[in-house]
Design a binder for this molecule. Structure first.
Ligand code: KIV
Length: 285
């Protein structure tokens, strides 16, 4: 496909009908918001899973630092490194034909030092081939966001429950229930839009506040645990596929129960090996 064909301009067809033909860009997401089309986003951290959800027609794939939890088994997102994020992101990028790939800047790679933030974003873009980065925070990371965007790298913001600050919050409860924190969140959202973020994730905040942010901003607002009136939704794939058994927040809808399905399949395989049933005559040379 030529570079020109890879990024077709929106035509006359409704965007949902154009879906098969086009690559999703940051511009497409903004068009979708204007057209009232909801944006679907899921996490992926490896080639095979990314290929399945891209083929399914997902709009955005987030190589989230939740890889620290679901891939590496850490309790928080803090330990994952920039090198590890680049490894996951490059595996995902190799699989993707249509979706926009967003990669989390990991904890410690952008806070407080905008030059380091820019270097981290550039490493992700250069070494993984991803299309954009995401980082957590508002006014506190303003300089970093501005510097990354000024280098031509699209940035997605992330407000509300920001898991990289879990030791400051002390808990994963719903954020911004109180007026003061809600006002600060709205100001941060406005700021992120003003300085050029192409979209924002809102995590675990009251639905009424998320609705207000989404209707105030022109850029897409994508929610997780933020109610049904944002411009799109994101879930961690391992949660919605039921690979994680232990994580059951109210906002999570489980579409499969892969933990039990995979466990049953593994148990059947063990029985087949032990009994000599596998391999049979057709399964050997
Ligand atoms: O890392 C992640 O998976 C995320 C989502 C929860 C939005 O940031």
């Amino acid at each position: 496909m030529s570079a020109r064909n890879a990024f077709p301009l929106p035509g006359h067809l409704p965007m949902s009908i154009q879906k098969e033909a086009r690559k999703i860009t940051t511009h497409t997401l903004q068009e979708m918001k204007r057209a009232g089309e909801r944006i679907s986003m899921l996490t992926a951290y490896d080639f095979s899973t990314a290929r399945i959800i891209d083929d399914a027609g997902i709009d955005v794939i987030l190589v989230g630092d939740s890889a620290s939890n679901v891939m590496a088994g850490h309790e928080t997102t803090l330990p994952i490194t920039l090198d590890q994020m680049i490894y996951h992101a490059s595996s995902v990028v190799r699989a993707v034909q249509r979706a926009l790939v967003v990669v989390d800047l990991p904890f410690g790679s952008y806070q407080g030092n905008s030059k380091e933030a820019l270097n981290s974003a550039i490493r992700i873009m250069k070494e993984s081939g991803a299309h954009s980065v995401k980082l957590e925070g508002g006014a506190n990371v303003r300089e970093s966001v501005e510097r990354i965007i000024s280098a031509g790298v699209p940035v997605m913001g992330h407000l509300g429950l920001t898991p990289q600050s879990i030791y400051k919050f002390g808990t994963y409860v719903v954020r911004a229930r109180e007026k003061e924190e809600a006002q600060r969140l709205m100001e941060d959202a406005r700021l992120l839009e003003t300085i050029g973020c192409f979209a924002i994730v809102l995590e675990k905040i009251p639905a009424s506040l998320a609705r207000k942010v989404a209707s105030t901003l022109k850029i897409p607002v994508i929610g997780i645990g933020a109610g049904g009136e944002t411009d799109g939704q994101v879930l961690v794939l391992h949660d919605m596929m039921g690979i994680n058994k232990d994580f059951s927040p109210r906002f999570l809808r489980r579409y499969l129960n892969l933990y039990d399905d995979m466990k049953n399949a593994a148990q059947q395989y063990i029985r087949d090996v032990q009994s000599g049933d596998f391999p049979n005559q057709e399964e050997q040379y």
